[in-house]
Design a protein around this ligand. Structure first.
Ligand code: AMP
Length: 219
């Protein structure tokens, strides 16, 4: 099964992708995570991307497409994948179609997570992750059980994304509405767009996702 998750920054694409990855044994491919790894490694790609990411803009389509094309050919995608944060422009969606056609594969479902913009600012600016195992938390909605200690691995170091501040989040939401939101219509025309209510608690959204994906006629 090959999936695309759509929705603005903070909608829960990363969280839901990880849940779907476990449930269906398919690989999460997050272009944001790939770019952050490039930035952390100090590569040329990372150097090109960093300023744009810090400002909340979109990295060039060509750079993103080259990264995804390479990634799709790796063995861990053979059983299926979940695209998280890609495509983000109609041009990326069109190029993805070409890439998939070349490989003889198709997207089964594009799921849009619907949320309110204002709630997204609170969600994003409060989130943090365990530096050791990557588990995600939120200051208000999902704090660690014991202050300063990761529930999953006991780690005591946490990190926040450089672009998770209110000013950059507003720019990211603006980029989403201008460049990414039109993609929903692109997948609706193909008849593979589904929507879920992303304002519900995390586990409820997960249940809605699995219901959409396992419904009769969903495949
Ligand atoms: P994300 O982790 O998906 O929120 O992405 C973080 C940042 O990485 C975005 O604000 C963009 O600057 C960049 N980025 C991630 N994916 C893409 C993409 N598909 N196209 C362009 N820029 C992207």
């Amino acid at each position: 099964m090959n999936l695309i998750l759509l929705g603005p920054p903070g909608a829960g694409k990363g969280t839901q992708s990880k849940m779907l990855q476990e449930f269906f044994n398919i690989q999460q491919l997050s272009t944001g995570d790939m770019l952050r790894a490039e930035v952390a490694s100090g590569s040329d790609v990372g150097k090109q991307a960093k300023g744009i990411m810090d400002a909340g803009g979109l990295v060039s389509d060509s750079l993103i497409l080259a990264m995804i094309s390479k990634r799709l050919d790796q063995a861990d995608c053979a059983n299926g994948f979940i695209l998280d944060g890609f495509p983000r422009t109609v041009a990326q969606a069109e190029s993805l179609d070409g890439m998939l056609e070349d490989r003889g594969i198709t997207i089964d479902h594009a799921i849009e997570i619907k949320v309110d913009d204002e709630a997204m600012i609170t969600r994003i600016t409060g989130r943090f992750t365990c530096a050791k195992c990557g588990a995600g938390y939120h200051d208000t909605f999902q704090p660690t059980k014991k202050a300063g200690v990761c529930d999953k691995c006991g780690g005591t170091q946490f990190s926040r994304r450089a672009d998770d501040n209110a000013e950059t989040v507003r720019a990211r939401l603006a980029a989403y509405h201008a460049q990414t939101a039109p993609i929903s219509a692109f997948y609706a025309r193909k008849g593979i767009l589904k929507t879920v209510d992303g304002m519900a608690p995390i586990d409820d959204v997960g249940r809605q996702m699995r219901a959409v994906l396992t419904a009769k006629g969903a495949g």
